[in-house]
Design a protein around this ligand. Structure first.
Ligand code: PLP
Ligand code: SF4
Length: 367
């Protein structure tokens, strides 16, 4: 057994262990465990400094998860865009491919809380169907390997999936979405990265929510991946009591860049059952975006998005930088709130034509 598998085996799992370690009532933890999977790696648990801190809140169960009327099981309606159980096909040219049901630790705010940890919902026997679906859909040029956490699989099982994907000519890029560098950085081994390297162009999106998660061990893992030529992006969820202030978020984004990870998305927390206590206002998210843009490196500014309830997909939210726009000029507000004017290009008066959508270019206009 590999080191990482041994560490994983020693994770806190039972309500008794969890209750004892964190001074909680066993009965309460049992109740939560009946609804949602609980697990914490010893490595991640060791980062907790005190009860209720940002590391603690992400993984230690809370009775608030059982609150009534607190969101939906599948707010993104992924199940409706799911032609086979392992695939979510929502966008024209890319799919989400769910290949593993479990994770090293379980985020209390997980969007797929209804599924993760449940082998009947994300099952290895659906993988073949997923591969076949992708084979039969030539429009799919980008496959996002997700779960659960795909890096929970052994190197061999993961390689079998990656090599099958690579053998499909229309699959241009493969992405892996994983929280391993955060929850169990020991998973990132020399053997793993030399296997991954064979399947380029391969991208990886990791998931860090707080600057204290970027430890020396996490940095080692990320550097190994970056050295293998794997472009690294980060997805952060905006979470109350974890990272819902400008200072923390700015520090997180800056620290990610020092370990060669480019911030990709900040997600507004989804409307998921059992996660109401993590949600913030959208105004808070916009305030954080404004506290990044201009105040620090543009590289440190991810897109702030809401994954729209009802299956609308990711929609970017951008604070209002355009004050007004006319035929003569555009009035703009910069990051510090000062106004500037950009003169519009002078165009000869055209005959009035029917209004057209902004991206429509007619032949007469193209001459
Ligand atoms: C997030 C997501 C993707 C990938 O979106 P990008 O904006 O390309 O990163 C693809 N499919 C589904 C269903 C998603 O939720
Ligand atoms: S690592 Fe990802 S899939 Fe697993 S519990 Fe956390 S958010 Fe959910």
């Amino acid at each position: 057994m590999d080191d990482w598998q041994q560490i994983l085996q020693h994770s806190l799992r039972t309500p008794e262990e969890i209750a004892e370690r964190f001074g909680l009532e066993v009965e309460a933890v049992r109740k939560i465990a009946r609804a949602f999977k609980i697990q914490i790696t010893p490595y991640y648990a060791s980062l907790i400094k005190r009860k209720g801190d940002p590391i603690y809140r992400q993984v230690v169960p809370d009775l608030a998860e059982l609150a009534e009327n607190s969101g939906e099981d599948d707010p993104l309606e992924e199940d409706l865009d799911s032609p086979v159980p392992s695939i979510v096909h929502r966008y024209p040219d890319r799919v989400l491919f769910l290949v593993a049901h479990s994770c090293a630790s379980y985020c209390r705010f997980c969007t797929r809380k209804r599924k993760v940890g449940d082998i009947s919902k994300i099952n290895p026997r659906y993988i073949e169907d997923g591969i076949n679906y992708i084979k039969e859909h030539p429009e799919v040029r980008d496959v996002i390997v997700s779960g659960g956490d795909p890096l929970i699989l052994s190197d061999d099982r993961l390689e079998s999936i990656l090599s099958q994907l690579r053998s499909i000519p229309h699959v241009e890029i493969i992405r892996i979405g994983t929280r391993m560098p955060c929850y169990l950085p020991q998973r990132i081994t020399e053997e793993l990265v030399s296997m991954l390297k064979k399947y380029h162009p391969l991208y990886m999106n990791v998931h860090f929510n707080h600057p204290d998660e970027i430890t020396a061990e996490a940095a080692r893992a990320l550097n190994l991946l970056a050295d293998a030529g794997i472009p690294l992006g980060n997805q952060t969820v905006l979470l109350k009591g974890v990272n819902d202030d400008v200072e923390t978020m700015r520090r997180l984004m800056q620290k990610l860049l020092t370990v060669r990870v480019r911030p990709y998305y900040i997600y507004q927390a989804d409307y998921v059952r059992g996660t109401e206590h993590f949600r913030t206002t959208v105004e808070k998210g916009l305030e954080i975006y404004q506290g990044l843009r201009g105040w620090t490196s543009g590289l440190a500014v991810p897109q702030y998005v809401i994954d729209a309830p009802g299956g609308g997909g990711k929609i970017p939210l951008i604070p209002e930088y355009v004050q007004s726009i006319s035929e003569e000029k555009v009035v703009l507000r910069n990051y510090a709130g000062e106004l500037f004017v950009y003169p519009q290009v002078k165009t000869p008066k055209r005959r009035r034509s029917r209004p057209q959508p902004p991206c429509f270019v007619s032949n007469s206009q193209r001459v």
